[in-house]
Design a protein around this ligand. Structure first.
Ligand SMILES: Cc1cc2nc3c(=O)[nH]c(=O)nc-3n(C[C@H](O)[C@H](O)[C@H](O)COP(=O)(O)OP(=O)(O)OC[C@H]3O[C@@H](n4cnc5c(N)ncnc54)[C@H](O)[C@@H]3O)c2cc1C
Length: 461
């Protein structure tokens, strides 16, 4: 269905003619995101270029009962930006200014469409550090990162996006501007709406401004790659490093399947015969880095690493991380469809979760490459399939459901960082229970009485 001509005219008055896209091609381009789900073609794609414009667009949509799906870069992996039928996509890419970078109080105020890597680079140029680094950072936006509570490779030591959100400004479903949080280090004024809005996936409001905490960068770092002949030994090393109270900034695992996919793709010199690799970086004061680096090497050796390669310079360090960052793209080349999961378990349960994934790969006869943030208990088992093959796809769906069950039975969670969106909405009850879903629905209905903000995401309809 298309929007009424009077509504389009009003939207054009607010956003300008090129801020309203209604062609078939434009609408198709914004009908899907990075999740493997059925696309839905929106009625229009709207690109506001000011805060006031966001408020006016939402207000019009509320009055006309038009659903609004806000979209940053569309890299989410849970269907969070698949629009509603007859709804609009509200794109934030014209709102990509860094409003203020405060070096004294160490915070940065940004519009929601700022690209994560651009922000990190501008902050670094001022001698400061914004740690959250999702693998998609070259294109993902801060609005999308906050709305998904994105993680990344540095989560183990530095936490995730929520740990850096100081305040948010957003427009609610009635088009009213709301603020929460402060530029002070401490703030307990009122309900923690900024906390509520973090990970709300565009269902409760649309960010127009976000203030993020910055920290001093580490003075030194050391990266290494430990090579294993068994996955168990690698996962036991992860548990042992944590048990020894060492906090690397990054502690990543890659299995043999992924190692070979990466080697085929980028030829960085990974050992193809290794059953698993651990990619580890420690950072901080030089003396601490030396001590932690030494301890980590000893633990790796004790638990059976057959080789440990320590990066001797920045170029070698970059190579280690280039290999890890290539994992998803490398696996994506192997089959027409890739399903990347992020069920997460308590860190001590990583060996059990890896073993459960291996058993499921055998049971359903599905190739699964496993890599990810082992230090956070957040692995990414990646199922390779072809969605056009109905029988194979059916096995994938059963396998994913079993994978979620395995994570939950180990005391884990459905999603460590990729969010719920549409993809996992049907599994929510298994983790949080019906009363939590009912409470969330009651809250959403009170805030968004016409259910126009990203309907169907997280808690269903
Ligand atoms: C190759 C690849 C690697 C990835 N690696 C990681 C990783 O390491 N860690 C990780 O956590 N994720 C990762 N992701 C997932 C994804 O990049 C993150 O979820 C990211 O935060 C999404 O940002 P985005 O700008 O693309 O948001 P989108 O996908 O556009 O939107 C995500 C959600 O946020 C909402 N939203 C967007 N903007 C706003 C706004 N202004 N106000 C309110 N809600 C808003 C949307 O409605 C949607 O529900 C990866 C994805 C890919 C494709």
């Amino acid at each position: 269905m298309s929007l009424s001509s009077s509504l389009i005219k009003e939207l054009q008055q607010i956003c300008g003619e090129n801020g309203v896209m209604t062609s078939e091609v434009d609408r198709q381009n914004y009908s899907y995101d990075a999740a493997v789900l059925e696309p839905t073609i929106p009625a229009a794609v709207i690109r506001p270029n000011s805060k006031e414009a966001i408020g006016k667009v939402i207000s019009l949509c509320n009055d006309s009962g038009t659903p609004v799906t806000v979209r940053g870069a569309g890299t989410n992996l849970s269907g969070g930006t698949i629009p509603d039928k007859n709804g609009i996509v509200l794109l934030t890419n014209r709102m990509n200014r860094i409003i203020e970078l405060n070096e004294t109080d160490m915070h940065v105020r940004v519009e929601p469409g700022v690209v994560t890597a651009d922000l990190a680079a501008q902050v670094a140029a001022k001698g400061l550090f914004y740690p959250p680094d999702p693998g998609s950072q070259a294109v993902s936006t801060i609005g999308g990162n906050v709305a998904e509570n994105a993680g990344g490779l540095r989560g183990f030591k530095y936490g995730v996006t929520k740990d850096y959100v100081m305040s948010v400004e957003f427009f609610d479903a009635l088009g009213r501007k709301v603020t929460s949080g402060s530029k002070t280090v401490k703030c307990v004024t009122g309900y923690n709406l900024a906390g509520l809005m973090t990970a709300s996936e565009g269902t409760l409001g649309i960010f127009s401004e976000i203030t993020l905490k910055l920290i001093p960068p580490p003075a030194a770092s050391k990266a290494m790659m430990a090579v294993y002949d068994s996955v168990e030994a690698a996962t036991q090393t992860v548990a042992a490093i944590i048990a020894d109270r060492i906090v690397p900034c990054t502690l990543e695992l890659m299995d043999n399947f992924t190692i070979n996919a990466v080697e085929d793709f980028s030829n960085v010199g990974l050992p193809r015969d290794a059953k698993a690799l651990l990619l580890i970086e420690v950072d901080g004061h030089p003396a601490q880095v030396a001590e932690d680096g030494e301890k980590v090497e000893q633990i790796c050796k004790k638990l059976g690493a057959r080789a440990i390669q320590v990066a001797q310079n920045d170029a070698e360090k970059d190579k280690v991380w280039e290999a890890r960052r290539a994992a998803l793209s490398a696996l994506a080349r192997l089959k027409p469809t890739l399903v990347l999961e992020d069920a997460t378990v308590p860190r001590s349960k990583i060996p059990a979760m890896v073993s459960a994934v291996e058993k499921l790969a055998q049971k359903y006869d599905i190739p699964i490459g496993t890599f990810g943030h082992a230090g956070d208990g957040n692995l990414h088992p990646t199922l390779l399939t072809d969605r056009r093959d109905a029988a194979h796809w059916d096995r994938v769906e059963h396998c994913v459901a079993d994978l979620f069950d395995a994570a939950l039975s180990l005391g884990g969670t459905l999603s460590g960082e990729h969010g719920i969106g549409i993809a996992k909405a049907g599994f929510m009850r298994n983790e949080v229970g019906q009363s939590s879903i009912d409470f969330s629905r009651t809250m959403k209905a009170a805030i968004d009485p016409n259910n126009i903000l990203n309907p169907g995401k997280i808690i269903g309809r």
